[in-house]
Ligand binder design. Structure first.
Ligand code: PGA
Length: 252
């Protein structure tokens, strides 16, 4: 059984005060909910503030990025050890916004995955195609290239500590969700890729999240698909009401 994950990617939103209000409201609305792993990924500046509030709750902490070295003269970057120090258990790697605006490549994604594993952070590795790539029927080829590059030299054992998120770029922040069938087709493809490149055990146990305009209204349908194990939520994770409703509807 794969335990579902509902992860909130707060992106560059929420000051410390706003993050405090959001996480307190989430805690209240979640109560003793434990049917899915609930993860929040605030900006670096709010990580520790949030951690101190969720320390004894069911909510887990994730970061949105990390650097591939533990320390050094890398102005503006954040060490994976600092993320651990802030209380992080997860880290998003290779989000399409990082690839698009900060020129991250499959190679840098690979280095970051290895560093996350080295310090004991669970990477949530994002893959996904653009609208033009989908319309040119290139989706599977694009995903395969991202998986191949991102997971270069990653072992079967490492895969036990990795989560994948399929996020079609055309569905991120656009209000356009992939249909459950469209998402399932790619999730199934990723699972087959895991069978062929690692093992059927890895394929059976790896959690593959869907991301892209997930809302309380569409999560249930997505979760009914056999290969969708949760969601990576952007916009709807910025309000306690919608994020908690997504978590609850995901397992209803
Ligand atoms: P969205 O973002 O839910 O606002 O579409 C998802 C993401 O970028 O992870």
């Amino acid at each position: 059984m794969r335990t579902p994950i509902i992860a909130g990617n707060w992106k560059m939103y929420k000051t410390m005060g706003e993050a405090t209000a959001l996480v307190n409201a989430m805690k209240k609305e979640l109560g003793s909910f434990d049917k899915a792993e609930v993860v929040v990924c605030p900006s670096f500046a709010a990580l520790n503030t949030v951690y101190l509030l969720i320390e004894n709750s069911m909510i887990k902490l994730g970061a949105q990025n990390l650097f591939w070295e533990k320390e050094g003269a890398f102005t503006g970057e954040t060490s994976p050890l600092m993320l651990k120090d802030c209380g992080c258990e997860y880290v998003i790697i290779g989000h399409s916004e990082r690839r698009q605006y900060f020129h991250e490549t499959d190679e840098s994604v690979n280095k970051k995955i290895k560093m996350a594993l080295d310090v004991g952070l669970i990477p949530i590795v994002c893959v996904g195609e653009t609208l033009a790539e989908r319309e040119a029927s290139k989706t599977k080829g694009v995903i395969e290239k991202q998986l191949k590059g991102g997971f270069n030299d990653i072992t079967k054992e490492d895969m036990a500590n990795i989560v994948i998120a399929y996020e079609p770029i055309w569905a991120i922040g656009t209000g356009k969700t992939a249909s459950a069938a469209q998402a399932q087709e790619v999730h199934k493809f990723i699972r087959e890729w895991l069978t062929n490149n690692f093992s059927s055990d890895v394929s059976d146990s790896t959690r593959i999240l869907y991301g892209g305009s997930v809302k309380p209204e569409n999560i249930k349908e997505l979760m009914h698909e056999p290969d969708i194990d949760g969601g990576l939520i952007g916009g709807a994770s910025l309000k306690a009401e919608s994020f908690v409703a997504i978590a609850k509807n995901a397992v209803a």
